[in-house]
Design a protein around this ligand. Sequence first.
Ligand code: RB5
Length: 159
Amino acid sequence: MAAIFYVKDRAKMKLGIGNDHAAYNMKLQIKEYLESLGHEVVDYGCHSTDSVHYPEFGEKVGRAVANGEVDGGVLICGTGVGISMSANKVHGVRAAVCSEPVTARLTKEHNNANIIAFGERIVGIETAKAICKAWLDAEFQGGRHETRVQMMMDIEMRP
Ligand code: RB5
């Protein structure tokens, strides 16, 4: 019964999206794509191609994921690196930057990534969509991976 509800929830998630100026155009296309899959998307900015600083948007989406305001997050900057590094500074975030869908799937199955990230200057729009789809469709496998994810999160508790 619980598994059925879980699948139903995954089919329609509330996702946070964030980007910097380098990824504004891709953000618009990905937002539309995620909505076309039936997800609700909360846009944490930025909202133009005017130069901004990616840590602001990585942190906003990271905090929204960590406090349960959204079920998961999508972050895009030029490479996906700076914005995901920023999100990973927020307690409870596991943001993974990917350039292809196999890694995107495995970040959910093995690492239970709660944010997926990629770069507008690195991947094309179809690859970006495939990365999102692979991550959204995948399920955390638990078991030995649960132990490792817990060990990873325990690092945050140590000074
Ligand atoms: C912005 O020029 C660029 O540095 C940023 O989008 C990102 O690639 C950083 O990791």
